[in-house]
Design a protein around this ligand. Structure first.
Ligand SMILES: C[S@@+](CC[C@H](N)C(=O)[O-])C[C@H]1O[C@@H](n2cnc3c(N)ncnc32)[C@H](O)[C@@H]1O
Length: 229
């Protein structure tokens, strides 16, 4: 395995806003976390096993919820401001994990080498979710799994309309987050099969990011890729 540095595109504004957003991230999410998302994290992450790679780890809100007996935990985070907070959370947690500066669109791991990939509130933010999902399908072992919690495009035409209308300003505020992305459909079209998917609501958050899905997806095909780490 190799650590490959990949620069994330600056889709979400200036470096100054990146630092402010990273500082505000945990306080902004706090109400939503206590209103249910912390329980979803606990539930979904209890299924992590083996060699586990989390993409877009942010400030490290998932760290307390991983089982203790993972073979290895690798945390991928391309944003420097988020990564420095993640480093602090990790050292306070006493957990062993490796931080890697890379992007989900180009994962520095060999084909079929990873048991579990974790993505929580990340597929909305990556610039090329189709590439990221194909990368996930590529690196997962045939019996591997993607564990996810993502906010998604609403099935309600009215809410979807407002998600489209507000997508631009929301994206600028939330560092590249697309509130209207149909991530479940994307997973399926990129070689993953959905299993045990739970639809829910991100309580206490703005309506445009409330529709949530949480669950597990498995690779339908492992097509291999051009990059072997
Ligand atoms: C909304 S935050 C989610 C953080 C964390 N996963 C959580 O559950 O709180 C989105 C994260 O994805 C990261 N990110 C953005 N683009 C990415 C990419 N192309 N590859 C991997 N991570 C990315 C951001 O830097 C940010 O930390």
């Amino acid at each position: 395995m190799e650590n490959r540095i990949t620069q994330v595109k600056s889709s979400g504004g200036s470096a100054a806003w990146a630092s402010v957003f990273a500082a505000l991230y945990d306080p902004l999410l706090w109400v939503g976390e206590t209103a249910g998302v912390r329980e979803y994290r606990k539930d979904v992450l209890s299924r992590a096993r083996g060699w586990t790679v989390e993409i877009g780890s942010g400030t490290g809100l998932n760290l307390p919820h991983y089982p203790d007996d993972l073979d290895e935990l690798v945390l991928i985070e391309p944003d420097a401001a988020m990564r420095s907070r993640l480093e602090r959370t990790l050292s306070r947690s006493g957990r062993r994990a490796r931080l890697v500066d890379a992007s989900a669109e180009r994962l520095p791991f060999a084909d079929r080498s990873v048991d579990t990939v974790v993505s929580t509130f990340v597929l909305c933010t990556v610039d090329a979710p189709d590439l990221a999902l194909r990368e996930i399908a590529r690196v997962l072992r045939p019996d591997g799994q993607l564990l996810f919690i993502e906010h998604i495009r609403s099935e309600s035409p009215t809410l979807a309309y407002w998600q489209d209308r507000l997508a631009g300003p929301w994206r600028r505020f939330a560092r590249g987050c697309r509130c209207n992305r149909a991530s479940a459909e994307l997973m399926v079209s990129c070689g993953l099969e959905l299993e045990d998917v739970r639809e829910s609501s991100w309580h206490a958050m703005p309506p445009i990011v409330r529709p949530l899905i949480a669950g597990r997806a498995c690779p339908t095909t492992n097509t291999g890729g051009e990059f072997d780490g």
